[in-house]
Write a protein that binds this ligand. Structure first.
Ligand code: ATP
Ligand code: MG
Length: 591
């Protein structure tokens, strides 16, 4: 009983998915109508050709009617010209519809994933996401172009041919068509098996993409550890599994045709025996019997095509399920109803009893503090204390489980994400730059910026000079993730980007790795320009930052354990002193 319920629900699920998929065809119904008409032409020509066998045989070959001999071949040629044209136009139209639908689906999926929250991207590997947007949609395209096309055309062909069969000999038709339900049952079985395998194959292919993208972007690490052979073996193993699954699919796929043909051959042998006997007895004409037989033979290709279509549908539905899974993902962080825009912070930013966890274990356990607008709040603590997590709640990368984050007394969950994020600038530990020009990286998110603005930002970030040192200046393409720049240069570009945005609130996760002295001094000066006159939250790794900060928050295991200025906290001789001795005392020479 349990399995019955399950089957029913998956069948219903599949039906719903299919209907949902068909909705994407709606904009193209005009083209679809045209394709259907041309398909009707193609299908009728099959029946027409089979039908013509009877007059051809009975009049030309038996009665030796010469007039018919001049007409019939002409009709046959005409039929096939019509058929060719119909086939061409219906095929290109259907493929166009499929490609358009998939183009729309891809756009929708990408747009949707862009709107999803950080948590989603941490739970799904890049490879799986890319595979869903690319491979799965391609499977769906095939299902639309090929499946609908074949189902329609071959289905209609079957109908016209069966019409000829019944017209020629009703009794014999009934017998011949008895074979069909058996075949259908058999094909259905194969189809569900294919669907299951396809699902697995797609998942595997996605893993392969993840594996590659990781190894390519981490190529330095791979080489430094001499792991080229290991990575190659890992790829081989994964690739082999995909190969095995694909072979299995092909085997099952190809099994359907020969088995069906065998069943068909048995039926035909019986029909030839019975039909031939009818002709011998003079109960039917030879032409009529051959017309019947031709129609029957012509039935095989479309039926075996339809059998394949069923397995293709199963494949496509496996892909559609995965696509809709992504489209149905709701962002955890989204605008609530009746949100309003919020202006830049003028009084304070506050955390009120904030609790947060990524999984079950709380990472922030009751955070309380208030930062005055225009001041620097430094956050220090051991690695894993929850510093990054805490500042991630300010732009609502995550929402607190309990408690509130307040801007001028307003819960930031009650304002629009757009107005909130518009006033926040973020400079992270690992700088992320796009494979684009320096100009576009600095002006990211801003349209219509003036040349002077970009240059002023770059100058304040101590980046202008080195940028002008490149032959292409601001138009220099910086490589994937900024691969063609040094660490300090990347940081200064990201500082210029933040400066250009000119945010009221600044979040700065200082890089832990110290740069060489000269670069460090430049970055330092750039950061000082950036922090000025803003409400800044700085996860500090530099001595100068903590010395400048109005307030230092000391974090330990998800809690703020000490609050105060550097001097006051040093006097306390507690948690801060420990962190200071470990992280800052050694740097004091540079700072
Ligand atoms: N995306 C995540 N999913 C699950 N756990 C996470 C995630 N990010 C961080 N954590 C966990 O949350 C805790 C706090 O991490 P967080 O990054 O906030 O520390 P941190 O104080 O910034 O450390 P560091 O100084 O090393 O940057 C850690 O125990 C970490 O393992
Ligand atoms: Mg951190």
């Amino acid at each position: 009983m349990d399995t019955k319920v399950k089957n029913k629900s998956t069948f219903k699920g599949m039906y719903d998915d299919y209907r949902r998929l068909l909705k994407y065809l709606r904009p193209y119904r005009g083209e679809f109508l045209f394709a259907s008409l041309t398909m009707v032409i193609v299908s009728s020509t099959s029946g027409g050709a089979a039908f013509l066998i009877q007059p051809l045989m009975d009049n030309v070959f038996i009665k030796k009617d010469a007039r018919m001999l001049t007409i019939l071949p002409g009709i046959l040629v005409a039929i096939y010209i019509l058929r060719g044209a119909g086939r061409y136009f219906s095929s290109i139209t259907m493929q166009r519809i499929g490609m358009q639908t998939v183009r729309d689906l891809k756009n929708e999926m990408y747009g949707h994933t862009q709107g999803l929250s950080l948590r989603f991207f941490q739970q799904h590997t890049t490879g799986r996401l890319i595979s869903r947007i690319f491979s799965d949609t391609n499977l769906v395209q095939e299902s639309i172009s090929v499946v609908i096309y074949d189902t329609f055309r071959e289905g209609l062909t079957v109908v016209t041919l069966v019409g000829v069969l019944i017209y020629r000999d009703p009794t014999l038709s009934v017998f011949a068509l008895l074979v069909l339900p058996f075949s259908a049952l058999f094909i259905g079985r194969l189809g569900s098996k294919i669907k299951k395998i396809t699902f697995g194959a797609q998942e595997r292919a996605a893993d392969l993409i993840s594996l590659m993208s990781e190894a390519f972007s981490g190529v330095r690490v791979v080489k430094a550890f001499g792991m080229e052979a290991y990575e190659t073996e890992k790829f081989k193993g994964e690739n082999e599994r995909i190969f095995n699954i694909t072979v299995k699919t092909v085997k099952i796929n190809e099994l359907s045709s020969p088995l069906l043909e065998f069943i068909g051959a048995l039926a035909i042998a019986a029909i030839i025996y019975y039909g031939g006997w009818q002709v011998v007895e003079g109960r039917t004409t030879m032409g009529s019997f051959f017309s019947f037989l031709t129609a029957l033979f012509m039935l095989f290709p479309p039926i075996s095509k339809l059998a394949r279509v069923w397995t293709k549908i199963q494949q496509a539905m496996a892909a559609a399920t995965r696509i809709f899974e992504v489209l149905d993902q709701k962002p955890d962080v989204a605008d609530q109803k009746d949100t309003v825009n919020i202006g830049p912070v003028v009084r304070e930013v506050a955390f009120e009893d904030v609790v947060f966890a990524y999984g079950n274990e709380p990472v922030l356990r009751g955070i309380n503090f208030t930062s005055k607008a225009g001041t620097i709040t430094a956050i220090v603590g051991m690695s894993g204390a929850g510093k990054t997590t805490m500042v991630d709640l300010i732009p609502r990368f995550y929402d607190p489980l309990k408690g509130r984050v307040l801007f001028d007394g307003v819960d930031i969950r009650t304002v629009t994400l757009e107005s909130l994020r518009a006033q926040i600038g973020i400079v992270t530990q690992d700088v992320f730059l796009f494979n684009d020009t320096i100009w576009n990286n600095i002006a990211y998110g801003r349209s219509n910026v003036k040349k002077e603005e970009v240059e002023a930002a770059a100058k304040a970030a101590y980046a202008h000079n080195f940028i002008m040192g490149f032959p292409d200046g601001y138009q220099t393409i910086i490589g994937e993730r900024g691969a063609r720049l040094s660490g300090g240069q990347k940081q200064r570009i990201s500082i210029a980007r933040a400066l250009l945005k000119n945010p009221a609130v600044l979040i700065l996760d200082e890089a832990t790795s110290a740069l060489d002295t000269e670069s460090e001094i430049e970055v330092q000066k750039a950061l000082n320009n950036l922090i000025e006159n803003r409400t800044s939250f700085v996860i500090a790794h530099r001595l100068s930052t903590i010395l400048h900060a109005q307030v230092i928050l000391v974090m330990e295991k998800g809690k703020i354990v000490e609050v105060g200025t550097h001097n006051a906290l040093m006097v306390l001789d507690g948690a801060y002193k420990k962190v200071f001795d470990l992280q800052f005392a050694a740097n004091s020479k540079i700072g």
